[in-house]
Design a protein around this ligand. Structure first.
Ligand code: UD1
Ligand code: UDP
Length: 378
């Protein structure tokens, strides 16, 4: 194919922005592509934090976030608005990432127009349609329509082949989150001031052992989040520990965490960190407690043990490599597994070897080259 390919990259949330900015950078530097960017802004402040550090100005910003948005209202708005952008841009390929409502609707709107879809981070499966909810189904829906399945690992590629996806359309690229992490580490090395946002807390908690916490999964709303908050409160009762917890702005998360944890001396409930400062938090934390997908991938690369506060994971590679452990949302288990890592040097050493099961930092270049090749359905 000799002519310039118009690629429309669509995303809407913080993790998609983190995992797609390396691809957008790669496309921008390559004369084979006319790269266009559309953000749904399903997230607002958290998306803008990533756009700013990555230096990306979208060609389209749909500004769709509403407070405490419902999945059906969001889905309806996304489908109509993204379709309009495609009618205007007439892209040769649409790129979506992962499993959000934006990614699912972007793929569906493209399919309605017979535009080939490239799915970055394809093939993740927990095997349970309610964990993570609704992400497991979003991924499966995208997987039924995509022309190019860009699997981060061999496990993910095998899951797609098991679902009878044409193996010629499945490629193992690594996860672009590792590209993003390397990129931000280089930026911080060149400009340390970018990651000094935690200096005040580092001073306040000097001498304590830092634990980083994040939590936002919809399937954990209600009892799961309350149990996580209870566990954090009990862990923070230890004198030698301090918790730094950037709280997701979803009101269902804020309500629980503010109610249970505000004002505790060893707990800092803070606003979401921009990516350089979150990388700093990963660096200074002895371990991470999280239900995040992305954090499960980043922490092993830095040799930080992760206790995953979910019942299942579609990212088994971290568990197999030994740096991640599923602890569910039972408060007693979260507390006892955290104390084990704090008090048993051998257990900690076994989980803190740096591994990169998710990628080598060169995923975006592979994805760029796969996007340039002719597709089966184009
Ligand atoms: C979404 C994704 C989830 C992803 C997560 C990453 C869906 C269905 N869910 O979940 O897969 O893991 O993002 O964080 O696509 N809000 C703000 N400011 C922001 C962002 C969110 O105030 O910058 C609040 C708003 O009240 C918003 C709510 O959070 O309505 C929920 O946002 P939404 O994108 O629907 O869901 P998340 O729980 O963030
Ligand atoms: N992250 C961030 N600031 C924070 C918390 C997380 O920049 O305060 C980054 C983190 O490094 C990872 C991504 O956001 O790259 C994960 O997003 P999130 O946990 O919201 O979504 P998930 O990965 O679970 O879909």
């Amino acid at each position: 194919m000799n002519r310039t390919l118009r690629v429309l990259t669509i995303f809407g949330t913080r993790p998609e922005a983190v995992k797609l900015f390396p691809v957008i950078h790669a496309l921008a530097d390559d004369p084979r592509f006319d790269s266009r960017v559309c953000v749904s802004a399903q997230h607002r402040a958290m998306l803008d934090q990533v756009l700013e550090i990555a230096g990306i100005t979208p060609d389209h910003d749909l500004d769709l976030m509403r407070p405490d948005q419902s999945l059906d209202a969001l889905t309806a708005a996304l489908l109509v608005s993204l379709g309009r952008v495609m009618d205007e841009e007439k892209p040769d390929r649409v790129v979506v990432q992962g499993d959000t409502a934006t990614a699912m609707c972007g793929a569906l709107a493209a399919y309605y127009r017979k535009i080939p879809v490239a799915h970055v981070e394809a093939g993740l499966r927990s095997g349970d349609i309610y964990q993570p909810w609704p992400e497991e189904i979003n991924r499966k829906i995208i997987g039924t329509m995509a022309a190019l399945h860009l699997a981060p690992t061999e496990t993910a590629a095998a899951a797609l082949r098991a679902e009878k996806v044409d193996p010629a359309c499945v490629h193992v690229t690594g996860n672009t989150v590792i590209d993003a992490l390397h990129w931000v580490q280089d930026r911080i090395a060149a400009e340390p001031a970018l990651a000094e946002g935690l200096a005040g807390l580092e001073q306040r908690f000097a001498g304590k052992r830092i634990i980083g916490v994040t939590s936002h999964r919809r399937e954990n709303f209600g009892g799961g989040l309350e149990a996580i908050a209870d566990a954090v409160r009990r862990i923070a009762a230890r004198e030698d520990v301090a918790i730094i917890f950037p709280v997701h702005p979803n009101p269902n998360v804020r309500r629980v965490m503010d109610g249970a944890l505000a004002g505790l001396p060893n707990v800092a409930l803070i606003e979401p960190l921009d990516y350089p400062n979150f990388a700093r938090l990963l660096g200074i934390s002895e371990l991470m407690l999280t239900d995040s997908g992305g954090v499960q991938e980043e922490a092993p690369a830095l040799g930080k043990p992760v206790l995953v506060m979910r019942e299942t994971t579609e990212r088994p590679e971290g568990v197999i490599a030994g740096t991640a452990k599923l602890v569910g949302t039972d408060a007693d288990t979260i507390v006892s597994e955290t104390f084990r890592l704090l008090d048993d040097a051998d257990a900690y050493a076994a989980m803190s070897r740096a591994h990169n099961p998710f990628g080598d930092g060169r995923s975006a270049a592979r994805i760029r080259d796969l996007l340039a090749a002719p597709l089966k359905s184009s």
